[in-house]
Ligand binder design. Structure first.
Ligand code: PEP
Ligand code: MN
Length: 264
């Protein structure tokens, strides 16, 4: 299998519009859960970059549990992300939910996120195999490592080997936090696959105060990067505010992370 260490022993380094991920290169994608007002997006991206983010994230098509919740700005959201990219040079990370929008994403997004709910949308994964854009493949809510790796195989089998795995917490019996962050995924997957693996502590915890400690733990576990929900005013965020850190907290998170990264 193409994702396995026995197929390729050397760590894959994925190039996301000039930002390398894996093999000792660390990504920090940060930004709000949903794309919001254009000025706010640009201002946030500028500040996050100055604080150490090397990619800007924001959802334009949102996989909301309730159909009555805000569903995202759609194509207009991708346009606003492009404006933020023009102002900062930061590569853009955004979630694709349907193959119908694939062309739009290839044009406007540098790292195409496949969310937890679509990890086993095999027809969508097959379409991703036909392009060469990097893919951020989030772990399914109840997926085993093997199932997750097989989803990566679906993309790679088509010819696209630019896959980054993202652990974002799984469903367990525990209800104190939104999900349970499985940090053992990092050493386990490092032994099984050459693909980079990054951690999203925001969706794992669902509680903003836990994002910094779990980010530090992720680095120590050997992860290749972080995906963090950050917003200038988390209480006012259009989605996932409860788990979104302020820019001040993001800055101190990065500062606390640096010495841990230098150890590697
Ligand atoms: C997100 O990144 O905003 C998101 C919806 O992620 P997940 O698919 O991990 O829930
Ligand atoms: Mn979110």
């Amino acid at each position: 299998k193409q994702a396995s260490r026995s197929f390729q022993s050397k760590d894959t380094i994925v190039d996301v519009d000039g930002v390398k991920v894996g093999g000792g290169h660390f990504m920090i994608a940060a930004g709000p859960c949903s794309v919001e007002d254009e000025d706010l997006m640009v201002e946030t991206a500028i500040k996050l970059k100055a604080m150490g983010a090397n990619m800007f994230r924001g959802g334009a098509f949102k996989p909301r549990t309730s159909p009555y919740s805000f569903q995202g700005l759609g194509k207009e959201g991708l346009r606003r992300l492009q404006v933020a990219k023009q102002e900062t040079g930061l590569p853009i990370v955004s979630e694709l939910m349907s193959a119908d929008n694939l062309d739009m994403f290839v044009e406007n997004v540098d790292l195409i996120q496949i969310g937890t709910r679509n990890m086993q949308n095999f027809s969508l994964l097959k379409e991703l195999g036909k392009i060469d854009k990097p893919i951020l493949l989030k772990r399914g809510l109840t997926a085993t490592y093997e199932e997750w790796l097989m989803s990566a195989e679906y993309i790679m089998a088509g010819g696209n080997t630019n896959v980054i795995l993202c652990e974002r917490g799984i469903r367990t019996f525990e209800t104190g936090t939104r999900n349970t962050l499985d940090l053992q995924a990092v050493p386990y997957l490092k032994s099984k696959t050459h693909l980079p693996i990054v951690i999203d502590p925001s969706h794992a915890a669902g509680i903003r105060d836990f994002v910094t400690p779990m980010s530090k733990a992720a680095i120590v576990s050997g992860a290749d990067g972080l995906v963090i929900e950050a917003h200038p005013n988390p209480e006012k965020a259009w989605s996932d505010g409860q788990q979104t850190v302020s820019l001040e907290t993001f800055e101190s998170l990065v500062r606390a992370s640096k010495p841990l990264l230098d150890l590697e």
